[in-house]
Design a protein around this ligand. Structure first.
Ligand SMILES: Nc1ncnc2c1ncn2[C@@H]1O[C@H](COP(=O)(O)OP(=O)(O)OP(=O)(O)O)[C@@H](O)[C@H]1O
Ligand SMILES: [Mg+2]
Length: 474
């Protein structure tokens, strides 16, 4: 009864797919009988009598599962197991009392065994279980694959500069060497560290990130190396450190430039010896991890000034991966912006687009905060544009114009090609705001009439500039 209910609620994958069950059984009567049972249960099934036909049937029919008799006239079924299990799950059929053979079959990779004569519901249950199991394994592999491609494809950018980054990731990943990832804040150093792990032979094991800037001086050792029970007050049991947690995987040391002098010494020891000791422990343990470190600091300058150990720097810097700033990555800016917009769209179910003014503003800007800043800007723009489909430059909210003023010298940069009117208005604006010039003085500087200045100011006011920006009358 219980079996019936279970079967009614679970739809067997084999009955959903058209793949057949292959039966290898040399007793022709039994063969016909079991095929009949299978067909009544809703499976498609094909029976063969000999081992040699089994192998060709597997290749031709790609069965979902094989039912395999162990005693065959032309071979021992156990000898076929290794090859058959490469294709699909196998359930062996054994004679009553041949339990040792069944055990051997399981050891050789069979999914299950049934003793002959086989009862119909026993047969179905075993098949359903084996097929579900195989499906789960396929799902697992598929999900892992998906996850992998999500993490790797989410590293966007096809500029030559970023191509170099990708090339180096592929180059360094297979080695076990420590890699130092350098680059400005927000360029994607952590993403690169993760990509090194994901493309390395250690990808199947853990990736553990440690932020060195937030590590507590006296907790560092216990965090990283773990501690024995009773090592200090409060250590009421043994705790594994992150190096042990990451066993076989990768430890990412983020913000390594923030590490204090004493911690630098401790880290150097692990890197040099490849061993560590739990706090309060008496023996050295082997550190089976690969280290990747990152910083936006100038470690060379820091070691020159005595703030970063030179020996640690050398240890870290054999393989250095420089992640270039976004402004040097050409069209990556637009590619990444569109990517962030797409993921936002996906999250909110609205399809937003950047209009041409927004695209121009994004291109013109220099992105000192790199990819992180771009991400924030896009997210803000999506919110600001409310129900509108198109995102405009005003919602991007970047000013690509810059003024550098030194005494009487002034330098403008627009980051795009401005119109005469724009140059003029921007100049007036700058004089007003920064120079605190009166109308008369502006007229003098610009070598135009006060009336013209008045007209420009009028235009500005109409365009929405606030009255405080205007000078008192001379
Ligand atoms: N090439 C890229 N494609 C897509 N997203 C990216 C890319 N590079 C970075 N990002 C995203 O930008 C943000 C910042 O990246 P990340 O944290 O790796 O930068 P970082 O260099 O480690 O910054 P910091 O120096 O501040 O630690 C993250 O949300 C990351 O997912
Ligand atoms: Mg980071």
């Amino acid at each position: 009864m219980a079996i019936e209910t279970a079967r009614a609620s679970a739809v067997s994958p084999a009955r959903r797919t058209s793949k057949p069950i292959l039966l290898v059984e040399d007793d022709a009567t039994l063969n016909r009988l079991i095929i009949g049972q299978l067909e009544r249960a809703g499976f498609t099934a094909r029976g063969v009598l000999r081992a040699k036909d089994a192998m060709s049937a597997v290749r031709e029919d790609e069965p979902a599962l094989v039912l395999l008799d162990i005693r065959l006239p032309d071979a021992n079924g156990l000898d076929l197991l290794a090859e058959l299990t490469q294709h699909c799950p196998v359930i062996v059929l054994t004679a009553h009392g041949a339990i040792d053979q069944a055990v051997r079959a399981l050891k050789l990779g069979a999914h299950d065994y049934l003793t002959k004569p086989v009862r119909a519901e026993e047969l179905e249950l075993a098949i359903d279980r084996a097929l579900d199991h195989a499906q789960l394994r396929r799902d697992g592999a598929f999900l892992k694959d998906q996850l992998q491609s999500l993490t790797t494809t989410s590293m966007i950018g096809s500029s030559p500069a970023f191509g170099e980054v990708r090339r180096q990731i592929e180059l360094f990943a297979p080695t076990d060497a420590t890699v130092l990832v350098l680059g400005e804040s927000g360029v994607g150093k952590e993403l690169v560290a993760r990509a090194i792990h994901d493309s390395s032979p250690r990808a199947g094991a853990s990736y553990v990130a440690i932020d060195c800037s937030t590590l507590h001086e006296n907790l560092f050792e216990s965090e990283l190396f773990g501690h024995e029970r009773g090592a200090f007050t409060g250590a009421d049991r043994r705790k594994l450190g992150l190096i042990e947690v990451a066993e076989g995987g990768t430890v990412f040391l983020d913000e390594i430039g923030e590490l204090s002098a004493s911690l630098q010494a401790k880290l150097l020891r692990v890197l040099e010896l490849g061993t560590f000791r739990r706090v309060g422990g008496v023996s050295d343990l082997k550190a089976n991890v690969r280290f990747v470190a990152a910083t936006n600091r100038d470690l060379v300058a820091m070691s020159r000034e005595g703030r970063f150990r030179t020996d640690l720097y050398y240890r870290l810097s054999r393989f250095v991966l420089n992640v270039p700033p976004l402004r040097e990555r050409g069209d990556d800016v637009m590619e990444i912006a569109q990517h962030f917009l797409k993921t936002r769209n996906f999250n909110r179910g609205i399809e937003k687009v950047l209009d041409s003014s927004a695209v121009a503003a994004i291109r013109a800007y220099s992105w000192p905060g790199n990819v992180r800043e771009l991400k924030n800007v896009i997210e803000r723009a999506v919110v600001l544009s409310a129900q509108n489909r198109a995102i405009r430059a005003s919602e991007i909210g970047l000013d690509p114009r810059k003024v550098i003023q030194q005494g009487n010298a002034i330098e403008f940069s627009f980051g795009y090609l401005p119109t005469i009117e724009e140059v003029q208005n921007y100049y007036v604006d700058t004089l007003l705001r920064r120079g605190n010039f009166s109308r008369a003085r502006i007229a003098e500087v610009l070598d135009i009439s006060e009336r013209s200045v008045y007209r420009i100011l009028q235009q500005r006011r109409e365009a929405g500039a606030s009255p405080e920006d205007e000078p008192e009358n001379a």
